[in-house]
Design a protein around this ligand. Structure first.
Ligand code: SGN
Ligand code: CA
Length: 524
């Protein structure tokens, strides 16, 4: 429901941001509730795509606010995505280029939570952090080590000790977030709370109360499931294939754990189920035991096996999503009940997209659509409703929150504030293309290094390192990115235009690695 109070607050926020629409100082800057999941992709969020799951609470944010239909990340991997989000800068500028080989995130650098603190906000983060160093810029934090555990997870506390919390992580992250909002924050200050869920990250371990969900459903294979990767050697070289038992391990990923069966990742799986208490473990074994027995007895092969694996993967992923959606519902209910909803910006997004069988894959990393995209829905009191199709990226969140708080956005931040878009404006000079750069190679899943540019219709990608390969896609004619048009004479002009745009972006964002690579490859 829109009330005059909401409209007034919208105007006041605009004044705080220096738009000069109102002489009055804001009563109080808007609170920020930023909810970010791990690996939650738009194909499984019903306001984007209704084929697989219903996510009523996530959809509620969109229904009461806006849905960004062209939302992307700058580097489709957890740590890098989080670093882009916190700093408002591309990976080469914030230094956190990958999860595994670069130095820990430089916690001394400027981030939006630090600047919000200076602007009078109280800041907090709960859940997955995954940046190698500990959080800075937060008045309160409780984060999980590394990837965190779904069951009875450990949390690191600012006091430096680690405590084990009984229960299921998605519930616990929400409980801790609500507890901070209710009991621990300073009510005299505006707040910025980052709620960072681990779900739906591999290996998609559902809460025991949700194990039976989706078991009666078979999911149609995406039309690109049996992709032959013609014209796309980097796509052919990845190790994230659902069909491959090396990449998607039946024991580990699909919980087909059975006496006498060993696999590359069975020890890791045993570690994960080893965290369960006897009651959780009994429910788990009751559910997965008979499935594993049947799997090894029938031992499907070929396409039948691939399809069977796909269905198990889909079911487990969607079960963890149910907990997530319910828990986002709990947070929204708390905002309503406490009266905070009236003056709180709510953002829901993910650290990147994910493959739900498209091209035969799980995981992310590639600049192809499913993983470069990320869901983004925002409810701003006094803001507009509906769809926003502008090209936006996760480097835009930091400037948005700072502008909302009336704080200055440092020139070094590379993103653009989304606030005008949230108010229903469309700046004439809004960006017409996005830059992307992925670095983690060689590494798990073996997705080669690449960078590229995406416009509303076209995408140009260059894979480099132990390969030198360009790809060009017409997203309008070929939304699944199956036909690489690079080098075709009829697209020569378009190709040149995109190569120039790529170099322009690399100069604009000062990506010297990219520029140096281009010189080597003759793109300049
Ligand atoms: C882990 C996963 C990978 C995943 C990376 C990055 N393996 O290493 O499948 O690609 O994280 O994910 S696991 O066996 O440990 O689950 S990210 O979202 O954190 O970047
Ligand atoms: Ca992730």
């Amino acid at each position: 429901m829109r009330t005059d109070r909401f409209l007034l607050l919208g105007g006041l926020a605009a004044a705080a941001a220096g738009c000069g629409r109102s002489e009055k100082a804001p009563e109080r800057p808007m609170n920020i509730l930023y909810i970010m999941t791990d690996d939650h992709t738009a194909q499984t969020m019903s306001c984007y795509d209704g084929r697989y799951a219903s996510t009523p609470h996530l959809d509620r944010i969109a229904a009461e606010g806006v849905r960004f239909t062209n939302s992307f990340v700058a580097n489709s991997l957890s740590g890098p995505s989080r670093a882009c989000m916190l700093t408002g800068k591309h990976s080469h500028k914030n230094g956190y280029t990958d999860n595994t080989s670069c130095a820990p995130f430089d916690a001394a650098q400027t981030t939006f939570p630090k600047l919000l603190q200076r602007a009078g906000y109280e800041t907090a983060v709960v859940g997955k952090w995954h940046l190698g160093s500990l959080p800075t810029g937060f008045d309160h934090w409780e984060v999980v080590p590394g990837q965190g555990d779904y069951y009875n997870p450990d949390f690191i506390r600012p006091t430096g000790d680690t405590v084990r919390c009984e229960g299921y992580l998605t519930d616990i992250v929400t409980d801790k977030s609500i507890a901070w909002l209710r009991e621990r924050r300073d009510p005299a200050k505006p707040f910025c709370l980052l709620v960072h869920h681990k779900a739906q990250h591999r290996i998609w371990m559902a809460d025991t109360c949700h194990l039976a969900l989706y078991e009666d459903r078979d999911f149609p294979l995406p039309e690109t499931f049996f992709d032959d990767y013609a014209g796309r050697p980097a796509a052919a070289a990845q190790e994230m294939s659902i069909a491959s038992d090396h990449d998607m391990d039946p024991v580990y990923d699909l919980k087909m754990w059975y006496p006498g069966v060993e696999s590359r990742l069975s020890r890791s799986y045993e570690g994960m189920i080893g965290r369960m208490n006897p009651e959780q473990r009994a429910a788990w074994d009751r559910f997965y035991g008979p499935l594993a027995e049947e799997f090894y007895r029938t031992n499907p092969q070929g396409r039948e096996r691939a399809q069977w694996k796909f269905n198990r993967y889909m079911r487990d992923y969607l079960k963890t999503l149910r907990s997530l959606d319910d828990n986002v519902g709990r947070l929204l209910d708390y905002l309503d009940a406490s009266g905070l909803a009236e003056n709180t910006l709510v953002v829901y997004t993910s650290d990147q997209g994910f493959y739900m069988g498209e091209h035969g894959w799980f995981d992310k990393r590639f600049m192809y659509e499913e993983s470069m995209r990320t869901p983004l829905v925002v409810r701003m009191p006094g803001g507009v409703r509906g769809d926003i199709d502008a090209l936006v990226q996760n480097i835009d969140y930091a400037p948005t929150f700072l502008e909302l708080a009336g704080a200055e956005v440092p020139d070094a931040m590379q993103g653009a504030s989304l606030l005008p878009l949230l108010r229903g404006e469309r700046p004439a000079d809004w960006r017409r293309s996005l830059y992307y750069h992925f670095y983690e190679y060689p590494a798990e899943h073996m997705v080669k290094r690449h960078y590229g540019v995406r416009t509303d219709r076209w995408k140009l990608i260059r894979f480099y390192d132990d390969i030198d390969h360009w790809e060009l896609y017409d997203l309008q004619e070929d939304p699944h990115e199956l036909r690489n048009l690079y080098g075709r004479p009829e697209y020569a002009a378009r190709q040149r235009e995109l190569e120039e745009e790529l170099v322009r972006l690399q100069r604009l964002y000062d990506d010297r690695t990219g520029l140096a690579m281009n010189r080597l490859g003759g793109a300049e």
